[in-house]
Write a protein that binds this ligand. Structure first.
Ligand code: ADP
Ligand code: F6P
Length: 766
């Protein structure tokens, strides 16, 4: 709700959802802006109070803020030079090609960068003015990558999220940018960074590690150093469409009638193909037209009974690559029609304009085959919109494997648009698919989009942002925590079960999600199964003093009972050193449950490659030990913990000034010595000379025991490495809130116990 024109939820995007358009007669009108960002965020904001800050689409002074569709729109002014430098130049002629696999060469101009910086700073200033105390600010897309850091300087009290609607490039391409470090640092001003695919988030994290030398663990990057150190999460949160709204619209009599009219107006073709895209070289329009043209030329398709409607929304019309594309596409359309159309039955219908949602739905409903062939696309919402409109379970989707959508719409007719022969064959397969095949594929795709619609996407993003511990907000007077190194009591954390001597009988009965129950039953029947779990925060509640951490009664017993069943391997996998883990779990000498410590670097079983230190690593460890001992000598009360592959500095309970100084000195040691990992947690700095991870350890153990699947339960960032490495047939379960790559989520250790007990009983134990 607005507080004196300050808002709890603030959206920032390059464009407002509407563009101001001045007609030749001087009258002013507002037109819907192009692109997927606007479609998605319009739906999201329809149900929420908030303000949307963005450019109104024309040069000059910004109009006054105004209300539209229950939302406040706050225009930002851009001069004609800024549009050229910031928008057309840096955003769309430098970043856009680099972020889309350099389909056309990127242009680098310093003055464009300066304009980009200035406009980003202006956005941040306006955001700082309109955000209420502690507000959530959601910044969108590649045009505004510097906004998070600028805004954090101005308003450290707000939560900042950023979502990239386009791909994030592999580091080899990103590294070409002369301003690469400034861009990464700009983004790292956010608390949470969302990307279309996990691969994109991984590319971003790799860029932070390789180009800025930052520490990356799981989906988290440690930004800044010293007392300003913060954890920034970067994860895949794929965008979607408003399934219900599109489905509802497509079912209306008006839209169904219009769909029939569209077909009739084209001479009721036997096959109607459809492409709808912004006129952008990333969309693969040339490639699809070439394939279509060849199919007509080969005689595989007959122009008198086939029509291809290509809608190409005007986009970025002053940029050379777009001007060239328009000429080429229009030339090809002309040639196709000239050769293959007959009167009343066009081989192609080409439309270079925007349409309302009803007309779009009617087009989707009319088309037998939707052709989506980008060479690279963050998601491609058109593909999901087509599926959402096909309530009749008919129609076929041809989809490029280089779209984000391809990861979810697996029942589409997949194609590589660079492979013309392959694309031609895929088009024919889609055209000739019978009603039963269409129904089977469409049902599955609809179920995927229905389950994961735009509201789920926005909820996932915002709850990931809200779920970050308040400790990540230095402006609120707290320091960063790292749950992986320092299990700490968080009174607001629903996973906090309090004292460890809880009797499970006293806990509320739990009812697991039906999907999870089914997945447990499925893996329980396998001949050979690996069942593994993290310790702190999963088997044991998080406690203030890590040395008092204990598993809740029943969890280790359930693992023990599982380990007695044939074909069942059990393991506890932890970041703690092996000795401590064995002491805390009582697993020392346990012959059936393996204990894996130090994030996979130590183990009680030979079936994981416990890494012996190389001579270089041993030397580095000795230097770290010596340097941290000096920190200890300067600051009495500090404690040093020696691990086989690392060393940890503890400052818990010390006078805050002493703790701060010792921590800062330790981080300097880390920066100078550059061990494989430096983790700063609450009251600890942990350094390790090896980069072992839980994922590798689990894969090795599963392979050595011939396990057909792995069940893994974890709660923190290091467990994400395991979740990411395991496959779709494995059962991965995240405990507690926050973004995750796991397939399922449970809320707390009580539900962990329930999972283990259900697995035990389904596998024939007691
Ligand atoms: P991008 O964001 O790159 O433009 P998407 O496919 O993700 O690509 O999103 C495009 C959005 O614009 C979709 O919601 C689509 O329905 C809409 N759209 C595309 N072309 C038109 C058009 N000619 N008229 C109206 N809406 C369009
Ligand atoms: O996500 C892709 C995107 O670039 C959005 O940022 C934008 O809203 C849309 O496509 C349209 O591009 P433009 O705003 O440059 O017309």
């Amino acid at each position: 709700m607005p507080v004196d024109d300050r808002f709890e939820l603030v959206i920032a995007a390059n464009r407002l959802p509407v563009d101001r358009v001045v007609a030749p007669d001087g009258s002013v009108g507002w037109h819907r802006s192009p692109g997927g960002l606007v479609t998605a965020m319009e739906s999201v904001m329809a149900g929420r109070d908030g303000v949307w800050v963005g450019w109104a689409g024309e040069p000059g002074e910004a109009p006054e803020p105004f209300d539209e569709a229950g939302m406040r729109l706050h225009p930002i002014a851009l001069s004609a030079e800024e549009i050229e430098g910031y928008y057309e130049g840096f955003s769309n002629d430098t970043l856009w090609p680099i972020y889309h696999d350099v389909i056309v060469p990127a242009q680098f101009h310093r003055e464009w960068w300066h304009a980009y910086r200035e406009v980003n700073e202006r956005f941040a200033q306006v955001l700082a003015e309109v955000a209420a105390d502690g507000a959530t600010v959601w910044v969108h897309d590649y045009q505004l990558q510097l906004v998070p850091a600028f805004l954090r300087q101005l308003r450290p009290d707000v939560r900042i999220g950023w979502f990239n609607h386009i791909p994030f490039p592999p580091v080899e391409l990103f590294a070409q940018l002369p301003w690469r470090a400034a861009i990464l640092e700009g983004l790292l001003g956010a608390d949470f960074l969302g990307f279309q695919r996990r691969t994109d988030a991984g590319n971003f994290r790799r860029a932070c590690r390789q180009l800025l030398g930052m520490t990356v663990r799981g989906d988290t990057v440690t930004a800044d150093s010293g007392p300003d150190a913060r954890l920034v999460r970067a994860a895949g949160v794929p965008i979607s469409t408003d399934f219900k709204a599109m489905d509802r619209l497509a079912r209306t009599p008006e839209v169904r009638e219009r769909a029939k009219e569209i077909r009739a107006s084209l001479g009721d073709p036997k096959h109607l193909l459809l492409g709808i895209d912004r006129l952008d070289y990333t969309k693969g329009i040339r490639h699809r037209l070439k394939a279509y043209q060849e199919l007509l030329a080969d005689g595989a398709l007959d122009g008198s009974e086939t029509t291809f409607i290509q809608i190409a929304t005007p986009s970025r019309e002053r940029i050379d690559a777009y001007i060239e594309l328009k000429e080429q596409v229009e030339g090809t359309v002309g040639r196709i029609n000239g050769e293959y159309s007959t009167i009343g039955s066009p081989a192609m219908e080409y439309l270079h304009r925007s349409y309302g949602r009803e007309e779009m739905a009617a087009l989707f409903l009319a088309a037998d085959v939707m052709v989506v062939t980008p060479l690279r696309d963050g998601m491609n919402l058109v593909a999901k919109e087509y599926v959402a409109c096909r309530y009749d379970d008919q129609g076929a989707l041809v989809l490029s494997e280089f779209t984000g959508a391809a990861e979810e719409l697996r029942e589409a007719f997949m194609c590589n648009p660079h492979d013309v022969e392959g694309l031609k064959q895929t088009l024919l397969d889609a055209i000739h698919a019978g009603p039963d095949e269409q129904r089977r594929r469409m049902r599955r795709m609809r179920s995927a989009v229905r389950r994961h619609d735009v509201q789920t996407w926005a909820d996932d993003f915002l709850s990931a942002l809200e779920a970050l511990p308040p400790a990540q907000h230095p402006g609120r007077g707290t320091t960063m925590t790292d749950p992986a190194t320092t299990p700490a009591m968080n009174p607001t954390d629903p996973t906090d079960l309090g004292p460890t001597d809880v009797d499970p009988q006293d806990l509320d009965p739990v009812d697991l999600d039906p999907g999870l129950r089914a997945a447990i039953a499925a893996v329980a029947g396998l001949d050979r199964l690996l069942v593994a779990s993290d310790f702190d925060g999963v088997l044991a509640p998080l406690v203030d003093d890590p040395s008092t951490s204990r598993a809740i009664p029943g969890t280790l017993e359930a693992l023990d009972a599982l380990s007695q069943l044939p074909g069942t391997t059990c393991a506890v996998v932890s970041g703690r050193d092996l000795e401590t883990l064995l002491a805390l779990t009582g697993l020392d000498g346990h012959e059936r449950i393996a204990a894996v410590g130090s994030h996979g670097a130590q183990s009680t079983t030979d079936d994981t490659s416990t890494q012996a230190l190389t001579p270089e690593q041993a030397d580095q460890l000795a230097v770290l030990d010596a340097e941290l001992s000096e920190v200890l000598a300067r600051h009495p009360g500090v404690r040093i913990e020696h691990k086989p592959a690392g060393v940890v500095l503890h400052t818990r309970g010390l006078d805050p000034t002493v703790a701060e100084e010792a921590t800062a000195e330790a981080l300097v040691v880390g920066a100078e010595q550059r061990p494989a990992k430096v983790l700063r947690g609450k009251d600890v700095v942990e350094m390790s000379v090896v980069d072992a991870n839980k994922g590798t350890a689990l894969l090795e153990l599963a392979a050595a025991r011939g396990s057909q699947a792995t069940v893994y339960l974890g709660d923190d960032v290091t467990d994400e490495q395991a979740f990411e490495r395991l496959g779709p047939h494995d059962l991965t379960i995240k405990v507690g809130p926050g973004p995750t790559a796991a397939r399922f989520r449970v809320t707390d250790a009580t539900e962990v116990l329930e999972v283990l007990e259900q697995l035990l009983s389904a596998r024939g134990g007691h």
